[in-house]
Structures are given as structure tokens and as C-alpha cells.
Design a protein around this ligand. Structure first.
Ligand SMILES: Nc1nc(=O)c2c([nH]1)NC[C@@H]1CN(c3ccc(C(=O)N[C@@H](CCC(=O)O)C(=O)O)cc3)C=[N+]21
Length: 298
């Protein structure tokens, strides 16, 4: 009988990063009178987004930062969203702007993303920041979910990922592509798999590191994973259960994979909490750049 995998505690890792962020925030306040501020723009209603936004707001305040929320009706025009972003771009109290995705269909998300000032783009979705990440420019603003995965992987591998065969399942601009860039920078041998990949289970079995970011509940099965592999589960899927309730599951069949892998992130309590902690970190880094002061954050 194979021992069960080490469960990577994303909640604890996120708590540690948030503490480091809070210490840096109070240092910036004392040394420079600088208080990093984050604005979140939400269009329409979505129960999952609500939880995310509430957690973000609370944790931003707990870290000693300014948090503002802009909730717009689902019927708002694209021009109004762009106008709000333009106002926030010029607001000196705001150093980070997050436009929550997805947006209603009548709003062009790419246009929204490109309207956010690259300096305030704490999601790292602006083409300028994506390009800097691809170029390996030091200090690029990096998307929070992949960055959180990277921090957990570095900790697990004691800082050295070089030579590992890493498989990223999913090719989105938000997770898959930036994750692949980060792993490449760590000198992993990176494969990106997607819906057209032939024989994904066989490709997966060759990987030392698997990052699953496809949005398909429990897609990665136990017999897809090499013994001893490290598995990061980015998926957040709500599965209906009897009684009208729902259960949160990842893109990985946790009970199966934890019999084979050496380490795995759970859902909830894995990648999600680290995503928010990285958002706070990016906001502090953005604030320091805008104020022209140095920043002491990992
Ligand atoms: N511009 C933009 N940037 C984003 O980063 C972004 C976005 N839009 N739209 C929505 C998705 C989703 N997302 C989550 C982050 C953390 C948790 C999280 O903390 N989850 C906890 C709690 C989950 C729960 O219990 O509901 C956990 O996994 O343990 C969830 C979801 C960021 N997203």
C-alpha cells in the first residue's frame, strides 16, 4: 500500500505570506506614509465571485491596506466600465485595480484589461505585463494564481525546480500560459496540454510536476499520475450534491491521486487562498513602484 501524499497547506502558506505583506505595509506607512490601495471592479452578480470578493476585501483590510469595491449592475455599458477604470487609473489612493472576470457578454474583457494602467494591473493580465513575463523581465507583475502555485512549488522543492518535467494542463492567459512561463524561468522542462492533446493520461504520467487548470471536475485520475509526482490543483468546481447544496472539487480526483503523488494541493485550502495572498503582495509591489520606494517582499 502506497503512503498517501503530503497535503500542501495553501491556507497556512497564504497566512504566512499575508503576515509578511502586513509587516511590509506597516513599514511603508511608517517610513513613507504610503498606504497601498486596491480597487475591485465587479460587474453583475455571481455567488462564487461574491465569496472571492468578500475574502479579498477582508484580507486587504487586515493587512492594513485600503480596499475599495465597485459593484456595477450587469446592464452597465462597456463605456461606463472603461470610464470607471480610467478614473481609478488617475486616483492616487489606488495602486492596484482588479476587474473581476468573467464579465457579462456585452463587455469586451480584453478591452477592459487593456484600459487598466499596466502599473496598476495587479492581476498581470495587461499585454505589457504578459510580455514582460514572457521576456523574463525582472519585476514583471505576474498573475496571482500561477504565482501562488510557484511559491508553493519552490517551498516544496527547497527553491530548486531545475530539470523537473512540468506539465501544465490548460492554456488560458490567466493561468496556463503564465504558469508555463514561470516554470520555464525556473528551468523546468515544460509541456502545455489542452483539449486537443493526444493521450493526455500518457503525457501526464511523464510529469514530475502537474498543474491542473482546465475547469473540469476531477479530470486528472490516479492512474494518470507518476508515483511521487507533485500535483497542483487550480480547479474550483462546484458539484451539486443532494439537498440542493454544492461541494467544491478541483480538477484532480483527490482521493485517487493522493494515493500516488508525493504531494498535492487540496481544494479548498490549496491554490485559492494563495491567489488572494499574491494579490495583496502584487498590490504592495505596485504601490512601491508608483511611489518610487523600494519594497522588501518575496
Ligand atoms: N480578474 C480576476 N482575477 C482573479 O484572480 C479571479 C477572477 N478575476 N475571477 C474569479 C477567479 C476565481 N478566483 C479565486 C481566488 C481565490 C479563491 C479562494 O480563496 N478559494 C478558497 C475558498 C473557496 C470557498 O470556500 O468558496 C479555497 O479554495 O480554499 C477562489 C477563487 C480568482 N479569480
Amino acid at each position: 500500500m502506497q503512503a498517501t501524499a503530503h497535503i500542501i497547506d495553501g491556507k497556512a502558506a497564504a497566512r504566512r505570506l499575508r503576515e509578511t505583506v502586513a509587516i511590509e505595509v506597516s513599514r511603508l506607512q511608517q517610513a513613507h506614509g504610503l498606504r497601498p490601495g486596491l480597487a475591485v471592479v465587479l460587474v453583475g452578480q455571481d455567488p462564487a465571485s461574491d465569496i472571492y470578493v468578500r475574502n479579498k476585501g477582508r484580507q486587504t483590510n487586515e493587512a492594513g491596506m485600503l480596499s475599495r469595491e465597485y459593484r456595477l449592475d450587469a446592464s452597465v455599458s462597456e463605456a461606463e466600465v472603461l470610464e470607471l477604470i480610467d478614473t481609478l487609473n488617475r486616483d492616487p489612493e489606488i495602486h492596484g485595480i482588479l476587474a473581476q472576470l468573467p464579465m457579462p457578454a456585452h463587455i469586451d474583457e480584453q478591452r477592459v484589461i487593456e484600459t487598466i494602467s499596466p502599473q496598476k494591473d495587479v492581476d498581470g493580465f495587461h499585454p505589457l505585463n504578459a510580455g514582460e513575463l514572457a521576456n523574463g523581465t525582472p519585476g514583471a507583475l505576474v498573475p496571482c494564481t500561477p504565482l501562488g502555485c510557484l511559491f508553493m512549488l519552490r517551498e516544496h522543492f527547497h527553491g530548486d525546480l531545475s530539470g523537473q518535467n512540468a506539465l501544465v494542463i490548460g492554456r488560458s492567459n490567466i493561468v496556463g500560459k503564465p504558469m508555463a512561463q514561470l516554470l520555464l524561468q525556473e528551468s523546468c522542462t515544460v509541456t502545455i496540454a489542452h483539449s486537443r492533446t493526444r493521450d493526455l493520461p500518457a503525457v501526464c504520467r511523464r510529469a514530475d510536476i502537474v498543474v491542473a487548470a482546465v475547469g473540469r471536475p476531477e479530470m486528472v485520475r490516479g492512474d494518470w499520475v507518476a508515483p511521487g509526482a507533485v500535483v497542483m490543483d487550480v480547479g474550483i468546481n462546484r458539484l451539486p450534491v443532494e439537498g440542493g447544496k454544492s461541494r467544491l472539487v478541483g480538477d484532480v480526483a483527490f482521493d485517487e491521486v493522493c494515493q500516488v503523488a508525493s504531494a498535492i494541493t487540496p481544494v479548498p485550502g490549496g491554490v485559492g487562498p494563495m491567489t488572494i495572498a499574491c494579490l495583496l503582495r502584487n498590490t504592495v509591489i505596485a504601490a512601491c513602484r508608483q511611489a518610487g520606494v523600494s519594497c522588501e517582499l518575496p
